[in-house]
Write a protein that binds this ligand. Sequence first.
Ligand SMILES: Nc1ncnc2c1ncn2[C@@H]1O[C@H](COP(=O)(O)OP(=O)(O)OP(=O)(O)O)[C@@H](O)[C@H]1O
Length: 398
Amino acid sequence: MKVRVLEILECWELAAGYGHRTVVLVEELKAHKGELICFLGPNGAGKSTLLKTVAGLLAPLGGAVYLKGERLEKVSLKERASALAVVLTDRCLPGLLTVFEAVALGRHPHTGLLGKLSRRDERVVWESLRLVGAEELASRFYGDLSDGEKQKVLIARALAQEPEIMILDEPTVHLDLQHRAGIMSLLLRLCREKGITVFLSLHEVDLALKGTAYVVLVHEGRVLGMGLPEELLTAEAVSRLYGSGVGEFDPVTGAVELRLPAEGPLVFVVAGGGKGAKVIRALAKRGYRLACGVLPENDVDVFVARGVGAELITVPAFAPVGKEALELARPYLKEAQAVVDTGFPLVPATEGNRTLLKWAADAGKPLFSLRSEGFPSGRRAAGLTALLQMLENLFASA
Ligand SMILES: Nc1ncnc2c1ncn2[C@@H]1O[C@H](COP(=O)(O)OP(=O)(O)OP(=O)(O)O)[C@@H](O)[C@H]1O
């Protein structure tokens, strides 16, 4: 469904912070009706501070937030409460309320002084519980719920407010994989179908890439960029945001490989066709230094090998493994204390990799193969567990 484009919330020269300390500065940010905007950045970058300021819970230290064209501080509390719903991370609600009562609190801006629920209010509360998949929790005490269940109830309470804007600080925290995906698709659906504008903060870069439409990268008090996650979240941008020590972010899969300390013996992994990824990961976790090749640049094994910090010998995508690449691989092969054939596809383009295995065998290198049939090379390992054991035995006896 198409939604009408309207700037519902704007920030101009906004300085957000505490006392005299500006934590984060935003020159300009415009949110349209039905948009989902995600603040992404490392711990302490200022995401929560920014969300609280946008929500009007913190007064700006400079500049202003405008709600539908009016300065937020001039908008009455009642109007703010019906336009904006906020879900913060502290999850504090009286524990002795039932879930239904807790979600019904969200109807306050709409009910009279006594807070009596009309039939419609009750319907909205049930619908909100249904949307987050928490209907069956309705009669339980809020205080008895797990953190993930509490999170869902708080989102339901915000929905019950029927707000135009929802502001959520780390809504996926404490949620398992299924509910994380569920919350992200729910929020996107609310944007699309109900025209609600959502501001949220996230820690998961993959979720920002896969589940949000617009990201604002917050780093050391500044906005590094804002726009489509598909365009902004490059490996360079992510390492600028979080530091390069964490490992490389792969914008294709949205995954971050962990860069772990590697001080063990050098193992040459002959990979390709995605056969190397899990071998490379398993070896990296055990501290082996790794060299991998020869791989076409677009092979999934490249992303993993580069991510874990392995030495890499590559050829351009779709190019065969030629002489030049073999010469680049040779010194690593020479230095390697073991060589692994991952079972890469035996096609004409990988002929060169068979040469590598032959060189290794001729040089008397310990050679292990995960290949179940076909090209014979070295000792056969029945699977990854067996391979790891064989390598461990080899180096234990060395
Ligand atoms: N109530 C407060 N008073 C003073 N400083 C605060 C307060 N709350 C947060 N800060 C500081 O403001 C900075 C930004 O904190 P903020 O919570 O906004 O970061 P964040 O990006 O949300 O971090 P995280 O991802 O760890 O939740 C930090 O240096 C923090 O110590």
